[in-house]
Design a protein around this ligand. Structure first.
Ligand code: ATP
Ligand code: MG
Length: 581
């Protein structure tokens, strides 16, 4: 919501320059919260509205299913339906399924479902270790190699050239990789990277496929371009086929997937590749208070390396807010309890739960927060947790809505929201939330569906139940759940591109952020610093940073706060409440 139907409304001069640039290469290079994502949705709307391109000819690509769903929602609010907004993988998978019969023949090979199992088998045959950690390490190396278009044979030389520290002897990793590919091909299975590889190959090697594809898609838009891999870039180049109708936006200082082969190189070299393109830099931060922006600027100002060179200090545009709080705790339990108590206080002050997030470095940290919030009866939504459209109550509610849509007689003139609520009332949507955590979670799912109906009615006033069910199907397809009223628990990596009124960055101890294995590796440390920058810049108004000196109550205090907080958090012994004045 909140987008305006006039694509030029609510844009500053630089954003407008990017939105109004003629068809052709456009690059927006800017920091967090400066409106990059807003700019690309508006640019698409503007190109469509001025008749430069038909909605169906636009392919908008981003890096998570959720972000793709967000793009689709914003475009619909701008009254531009029919634009394809997908992740690289989802876009490529569709194309591959379509072209496969012509290129390979028969049905497209199915996706490999149990990758660790196959990597484990490969490790065993190659005579390598097969423990769960070893298998994960091998899988990570294989992904890195494939993302960089490196074959098993090329792997040893590529590792040396990249000065990469492989988790096992190079020859062994190369052997596991080779056996893995062989097993996979023999079983006629595809992994995620194969989808991209085969798609690029189909377009590159088959002029008729390329022609058909290029007739279909004319205009490409990529969000979060700093995290593109060489493999994804190859797919993009195949799509373009020498054309230059390409808009990219990104922030090199938010590169957080280098470990998986992502590189800001393509973003930073865009204007060299397209010297006649339009490059726009944005520096006004519309998301966060000047207090949050100032901390973000300080976090990233110590960054070193290439992405750092492309940085502009952000200027906060929002009214002033509270100073970010830094808090040290004796142990993790105390930290989680204190965070839950602060969240309860915010809820009491009227901040909606969906506007609050707890962000951590590794997923294992979420449990302590789930428990602490549960103890206070606060609903949560764990990102990457149980999938919304798979929940029992959601599935039966959608069945009921579908039945009601077919029996159109049931639809009253009261409007979509009221009609949806009438159906959901029979499935437990009461006016007031029930007591008890499980019942409350089910109730929040139903409420999320009802509020989605309100959203749809707001952007399409005469929407009926049939359209609503179609919207639900499209979202289920794209794994794009509606916003459930609950405090978000998410990893820093999955928080990219998102924003909340209040953000708690927890577990900021050395060894967790930066994570232990980054120690001694300058490039890995820089990526950890960028993760903190991504975390800080998710907050609109309230930002709290915390860490604990030990894991369990009574343990020996063996930890220190993150080194990235030196010079930012006041130096204290024991507890400190900075900025709580
Ligand atoms: P990130 O780097 O985190 O992905 P971004 O550059 O994509 O951030 P957006 O998410 O597009 O930033 O915008 C940040 C917030 O600022 C959003 O809430 C957006 O609606 C708002 N915003 C962007 N541009 C303007 C503007 N010109 N006026 C008012 N609000 C704006
Ligand atoms: Mg964005």
């Amino acid at each position: 919501m909140g987008e305006h139907r006039d694509p030029l409304n609510g844009l500053d001069a630089e954003q407008r320059a990017a939105v109004c640039a003629p068809r052709g290469p456009v690059c927006v290079l800017a920091g967090a919260g400066t409106g990059k994502t807003r700019t690309i949705t508006r640019r698409i709307a503007q190109l469509v509205r001025t008749g430069h391109v038909a909605p169906g000819q636009v392919l908008a690509v981003t890096f998570t299913a959720r972000a793709a769903g967000e793009l689709r929602t914003r475009l619909r609010d701008l009254a531009v339906g029919g634009v394809q907004a997908r992740t690289f993988h989802a876009a490529a998978l569709r194309q591959l399924r379509y072209f496969w019969p012509r290129v390979v023949g028969g049905q497209s090979w199915p996706l490999l479902e149990h990758k660790p199992r196959l990597v484990g088998q490969a490790a065993q045959r190659a005579g390598a270790a097969t423990g769960a950690d070893d298998v994960r390490d091998f899988a990570g190396e294989i992904e890195w190699a494939k993302a960089n278009l490196i074959s098993p044979v090329q792997y040893p030389a590529a590792v040396a050239a990249a000065r990469r520290q492989p988790p096992a002897p190079v020859a062994q990793v190369a052997a596991v990789y080779a056996v893995y590919e062989e097993l996979k091909n023999r079983n006629q299975l595809l992994d995620f990277d194969d989808i991209l590889l085969h798609t690029a190959a189909a377009v590159e090697g088959h002029p008729d496929v390329a022609q058909e594809f290029r007739d279909r898609y004319r205009c490409f838009v990529i969000d979060e371009y700093q995290d593109v891999t060489p493999l994804q870039q190859r797919v993009l180049d195949a799509w373009l086929g020498g054309r230059d109708d390409l808009t990219v936006v990104g922030d090199a200082n938010q590169t957080i997937y280098s470990f998986a082969g992502a590189t800001p190189r393509f973003l930073l070299e865009f204007s060299r590749r397209f010297p006649d393109g339009v490059t726009v830099r944005l520096h006004r931060d519309y998301r966060s208070t000047p207090q949050v922006v100032s901390l973000a600027n300080r976090v990233i100002s110590s960054a070193r390396g290439r992405p750092a060179g492309a940085r502009l200090p952000l200027e906060g545009q929002q009214p002033a807010g509270p100073e970010p709080a830094f808090t040290e705790h004796d142990d993790e339990l105390a930290e989680a309890g204190a965070v839950a108590a602060s969240i309860e206080q915010l809820l009491r002050e009227g901040v909606p739960p969906a506007q609050i997030a707890v962000l951590y470095r590794v997923n294992a940290q979420s449990q302590a927060y789930e428990q602490a919030l549960d103890a206070l009866g606060i609903p949560v939504q764990v990102r990457g947790g149980e999938r919304f459209f798979h929940r029992l109550e959601v599935r039966s509610a959608i069945r009921a809505l579908r039945a009601a849509a077919t029996a159109a007689t049931l639809e009253s003139a009261a409007g979509l929201g009221a009609n949806v609520r009438a159906v959901l009332a029979r499935h437990g949507l009461t006016a007031q939330p029930p007591a008890g955590s499980a019942a409350r979670t089910r109730w929040e799912s139903l409420r999320a569906l009802a509020e989605l109906a309100d959203d749809l009615a707001a952007s399409i006033p005469l929407a009926d139940l049939g359209q609503f069910v179609a919207e639900l199907d499209a979202r289920a397809d794209a794994a794009h759940p509606p916003a459930v009223q609950g405090v978000t628990l998410a990893s820093l990596h999955s928080a990219k591109g998102l924003e909340w009124d209040a953000v708690f960055l927890v577990g900021l101890a050395d060894g967790t952020l930066p994570i232990q294995y980054a120690d001694g590796d300058q490039a890995a440390l820089e990526e950890e610093r960028r993760l903190l920058y991504v975390g800080v810049t998710r907050a609109r108004r309230w930002l709290a940073l915390s860490w604990a000196l030990t894991r369990s109550p009574g343990g020996r205090p063996s930890r220190q706060r993150s080194r990235f907080l030196h010079g930012l958090a006041p130096v204290t012994a024991g507890r400190s409440y900075a900025g709580r004045t």
